[in-house]
Structure formats: structure tokens, C-alpha cells
Design a protein around this ligand. Structure first.
Ligand SMILES: Cc1ncc(COP(=O)(O)O)c(C=O)c1O
Length: 446
């Protein structure tokens, strides 16, 4: 299929995610024919830096020989089998590895096939945990008001209400929302010098009044991704874990975006030294090669479901592609690469270069805030630097940066007016120089 046929057929048959299809009349989707390392290539050989790791998935780079080999070898023996009543080596090997690299209290792995299903699984496990232990009334959740946990109904219910999901609000189940520790726009009017994590008291106020109704707190550790790449202090996460213990509420860590090295440690929970009751992983688990999700649970949770069949404590939940063998093999290969290539050590190198770039552009009048953690760096664009007044929606400033960045071979897909980098851990120093040089040129042109 040549480039023009592809564009025509795309327009005729495809409905893309998060896309107003009418916009495609002027800006059709860019066809990608192949990819290597941190670069995507169109059919004419033009390249784009995959600066957001293909929606935060890619870790080791595109076309990594070890990843390709693992998937091909698995394909020769078993592509898929149902996972109720059957098992297979790739799933068992992966579960062993996951248990080996996640916080030690997590001892069991429940597979699914994407981030939202990993979250739905955790929410339902937490909900049923209290039923199985005979404690009544624990039917609600507590989350942050700018969180993003996915697009399925349960995941939306514990996410912030925003432009994307407000339409579906009548479908949401009840969840209490605590203010996000959004340091640039502090919910308790402190600044970074005077901060003593006072915003935590707002979460505690909710727990004081409602803990007997709450099954679990769900939180993105240290980095709220789609909410605007908001980086918050480890002390807040530590405080949330302490509160969850004090009020005997379960804690779900949603590491779908942060897991697998993105924040500089394998999992973001490590920065705060906390152990959640449930942990959701996806995205980077296969380094972006195949879809897979997993929810990890502690013995406390697992044991509450372990009973004679007649006690009706079974977890009746599952997805057709649960623990797909090809995806599990990709995940095993990806985790092994972390060791073989000392992948994690790249995060500090990338972060140092990113910080120097963020410092260089921080004086621009449209740059309100810069924030970073590990391979993630964000720039919040504002109309007025002094008052922090945002640009109006109609100005579509973030989108304008995206458009100009594409002309400069960068994919800076914005979150509103937050421009961000979510780099794969394989990016080299010369590539970083080139990427940040191009990004600076784009930002200075706005
Ligand atoms: C923290 C977090 N949780 C859950 C999800 C949902 O994952 P998926 O898009 O694979 O359903 C995302 C996706 O961006 C995410 O960032």
C-alpha cells in the first residue's frame, strides 16, 4: 500500500483515539513505516524523535534485537491460550521476575492486558476484599482530583473530572477527591520553600470523616501523568501510606506510567520507601512491544479470596487476552535487558541533560513552570508568568508547539498547555543534544 492509498483508506475506515476526526481533514495522521531506537520513520524515510516513547511505553528503543528474538521464539511454540484452568512458562517466568523487582510485600500477580484493566482489577479486588472479610460499607474510593487512571468506567470514576471525561460523569461510581499536591499551583497556597506537605491534611480530613466507607486510596506515585506531568514530593506519598495504615484503608499504587525505570528507580514507590497493598503496571512492562497489564497483590489481599468454592470468595474477573504468552515473553526479555544493559543507570544521565535544558528555557516569558523526574520533563506554558494565568483554550498554545515541533522532527504531544518529554531509557547523549536543541528552537519561536 503506497502512502496515498494508506492515507485514503485510513480516512475511510479508521476512527483514531483522542482525535477529532474532522481535524484530520487538515492534519491527517502521520504514517509510520518503521522504527529504530528513539526514531520513527515515515514511508519516505523522514524521521521523528519518539520523545514521548509512543505514549510512555517504549523503554529500550524500537527494534531492539533481544526483544524481537524473544517474541519470535515464543511465536514458534505458543501464541495464545486461555488462562483459566491453564498456565504457561512465559507467564510464570514473568510473575517470578515481577515479584523479584517490586516491593517485597507484593507476592501475587494477576494479569490483564492494558493499564485501565490493571486499574479496574485493583479497584474490584479492593472492593471485594472488604466483602470477603465480612466488613460492611467499604464501597467508595479516595483519589487525587487531577489523577488519571484510565478510560474505562471504574478508572474514570477515580480520575479527575476534566475536558475528556466530564461527558461520562453520570456513569461514575462515588469517589472522594483530595486536592492534588500540585506544587506550582499549591492547593494550600504554600511555595516550595515553605512547603511542609500541609496539603496532606486535606486527604486526612476526608479519611477522618469517611474512612469507614472507603475501600482504598488509589494514587499515581510521585508523578501524575495525564493530569499534566505533575511531580510531587516523596514525603506526600509516604504520608498517604501512613494515613492509609492509620485509617485502615487499602492503598493502590498505579505505576502504569511510572513503572519500569521512568522516575529513575524501577518503581516510583521506591523513592518514598513505601509498600502498597496493590500495584498496577502496564505500558513499560513489555517496553511497548505488546499489550499487557498486571495487578500485584499482597498476601493480605490474596488470602481474603482463598477459600472453599462454596464460600463465594472467588475473584470473578478476567480478560480474554490475560497473560498472552507473546506479551509475557516480551516482558521477560525487557526485564532481563534492564540487568544486561544496566538500563536504569541511563535515567540519571538523561535527567541531568534534561534539567540543564529546562533551566535554559525557564526564562522564556511563556514558561510558567518546569518540573522533572527521571526521564520525564515538563514545561507548563502560561499567558502571564507573574500571575500564572493560563492561556485561553481557544489559543491552543500547546497544540501550536506540537505543530511546530513536528516540523522539527519532534513529537511533543501536549497535555493542554503542558509540553513534556517522556524519553525512552535508550536515548544517547548526541540524540539528547539534538532533541533539546530542536525543542529550544521551537519554544523560542512561540
Ligand atoms: C497512571 C495511568 N494509569 C492508567 C492508565 C491507562 O492505561 P491504558 O491507556 O493502557 O488503558 C494510564 C494511561 O496513560 C496511566 O497513565
Amino acid at each position: 500500500m503506497d502512502k496515498n492509498e494508506l492515507a485514503d483508506s485510513d480516512r475511510r475506515y479508521i476512527w483514531h483515539p483522542y482525535t477529532q476526526m474532522k481535524d484530520c481533514e487538515n492534519a491527517p495522521p502521520i504514517p509510520i513505516a518503521r522504527a529504530k531506537g528513539v526514531k520513527l520513520y515515515d514511508p519516505d524515510g523522514n524521521f521523528y524523535y519518539d520523545t514521548i516513547s509512543s505514549w510512555w511505553c517504549n523503554v529500550h528503543g524500537h527494534g531492539h534485537p533481544a526483544m524481537i528474538k524473544a517474541i519470535k521464539e515464543q511465536l514458534d511454540s505458543l501464541e495464545h491460550v486461555l488462562f483459566a484452568g491453564f498456565t504457561h512458562a512465559p507467564a510464570v517466568e514473568l510473575a517470578e521476575r515481577l515479584i523479584g523487582i517490586t516491593p517485597p510485600d507484593l507476592t501475587k500477580v494477576f494479569f490483564s492486558d492494558n493499564g485501565s484493566t490493571a486499574v479496574e482489577t485493583a479497584l474490584k479486588m479492593a472492593f471485594q476484599y472488604w466483602k470477603n472479610t465480612g466488613i460492611k460499607g467499604r464501597e467508595k474510593f479516595l483519589s487525587l482530583d487531577m489523577a488519571y487512571h484510565g478510560d474505562t468506567a471504574g478508572a474514570m470514576s477515580v480520575s479527575g473530572v476534566n475536558l475528556f471525561n466530564s461527558m461520562f460523569k453520570p456513569l461514575f461510581f462515588p469517589a472522594y477527591k483530595a486536592p492534588t499536591p500540585y506544587c506550582y499551583r499549591c492547593p494550600v497556597s504554600k511555595d516550595r520553600d515553605t512547603c511542609s506537605i500541609d496539603c496532606l491534611t486535606r486527604a486526612e480530613d476526608i479519611l477522618k470523616r469517611h474512612s469507614k466507607e472507603i475501600a482504598a486510596i488509589i494514587i499515581e506515585p510521585l508523578l501524575l501523568g495525564a493530569g499534566g506531568m505533575i511531580v510531587y514530593p516523596a514525603a506526600y506519598l509516604k504520608g498517604i501510606r501512613e494515613l492509609s495504615r492509620k485509617y485502615d484503608v487499602l492503598l493502590i499504587a498505579d505505576e502504569v506510567a511510572t513503572g519500569f525505570g521512568r522516575t529513575g528507580s524501577m518503581f516510583a514507590c521506591e523513592h518514598a520507601g513505601i509498600q502498597p497493598d496493590l500495584m498496577c503496571v502496564s505500558k513499560g512492562i513489555t517496553s511497548g512491544y505488546l499489550p499487557l497489564g498486571a495487578t500485584l497483590a499482597t498476601d493480605r489481599i490474596y488470602d481474603a479470596f482463598y477459600a472453599d468454592h462454596a464460600e463465594l470468595k472467588t475473584f470473578y474477573h478476567g480478560h480474554t487476552y490475560t497473560a498472552n504468552p507473546l506479551a509475557c515473553s516480551a516482558a521477560v526479555a525487557s526485564i532481563d535487558l534492564f540487568k544486561k544493559e544496566d538500563t536504569l543507570s541511563n535515567a540519571a544521565r538523561i535527567n541531568t541533560r534534561m534539567r540543564s535544558f529546562l533551566r535554559d528555557i525557564s526564562d522564556l516569558p511563556i514558561v510558567g513552570d518546569t518540573r522533572d523526574i527521571g526521564v520525564v520533563g515538563a514545561i507548563e506554558l502560561v499567558r502571564d508568568k507573574r500571575t500564572k494565568e493560563p492561556f485561553s483554550m481557544e489559543q491552543r498554545t500547546g497544540f501550536e508547539v506540537y505543530r511546530r515541533a513536528l516540523e522539527n522532527n519532534l513529537i511533543l504531544r501536549p497535555l493542554g498547555d503542558v509540553i513534556y518529554f517522556f524519553l525512552p531509557l535508550c536515548v544517547t547523549d548526541p540524540e539528547l543534544e539534538d532533541i533539546f536543541g530542536r525543542a529550544e528552537k521551537v519554544l523560542r519561536s512561540i
